[in-house]
Design a protein around this ligand. Structure first.
Ligand code: URA
Length: 201
């Protein structure tokens, strides 16, 4: 099956998922949003109240901050793919349990294997521990790139944490510049490649 069709089928599966108890309390599961051909995936923790209502990731206050964070480096939400470790809202916005994460993670793995990004930004401790290293300390490792296989990971503070802490907000805006540099390098490589191809003709 074609990639876009597979991703849409997967989203339908997520919307109907009943593999864990979060399905009993959610209004809407939140598969993800953005470009299905994105080179960058941003991964948060789990949907909050607004996301649960609208079925879209990062549409509340933390989402507004994420949107301005992206626009500070010239990206819009449609240039990237945005999703979460856990696709349904935990009641009262509690952290997802280990079991919920383990049960849900195969959806993100499938999304990643279909979208094939070269960069994954993990937003906050839960996403960073789950995808990069279970012992990762976000206060020490934020903004530092980790290459694992074909994917470069960039752990960042969660935008919700930065909402109430001006220092973390400044750090988040500084750390996202790393992403700007990475995507610029990617463009330069591509331009050089095109130039090389042309010069050979
Ligand atoms: N926080 C998250 O981690 N994800 C969302 O989608 C919204 C808030």
């Amino acid at each position: 099956m074609e990639k876009v069709a597979e991703l849409k089928k997967l989203a339908q599966e997520i919307l109907k998922c009943t593999k864990c108890k979060l399905s009993l309390t959610r209004k809407n599961a939140v598969p993800g949003d953005g470009s299905l051909n994105a080179d960058i995936i941003l991964v948060g923790e789990a949907p909050g109240v607004q996301e649960d209502r609208q079925g879209l990731p990062f549409v509340g206050e933390a989402g507004k901050l994420l949107t301005s964070l992206l626009s500070s480096i010239g990206l819009s939400r449609t240039d990237v793919y945005i999703t979460n470790i856990v696709k349904c809202r935990p009641p009262k916005n509690r952290e997802p349990t280990k079991e919920e994460i383990t049960t849900c993670l195969h959806y993100l793995r499938k999304q990643t294997s279909l979208i094939k990004p070269s960069i994954i930004c993990t937003l906050g401790r839960i996403a960073s521990e789950t995808l990069i290293d279970k012992k990762l300390s976000i206060s020490k490792e934020h903004g530092k790139l980790k290459k694992m296989g074909k994917i470069t990971y960039l752990p960042l503070y969660h935008p919700a944490a930065a909402l109430y802490n001006p220092k973390l907000k400044d750090t988040l805006f500084a750390d996202i510049k790393t992403l700007e540099k990475l995507s610029k390098n990617a463009k330069i490589t591509l331009n050089n490649f095109n130039h090389y191809k042309k010069s050979k003709i």
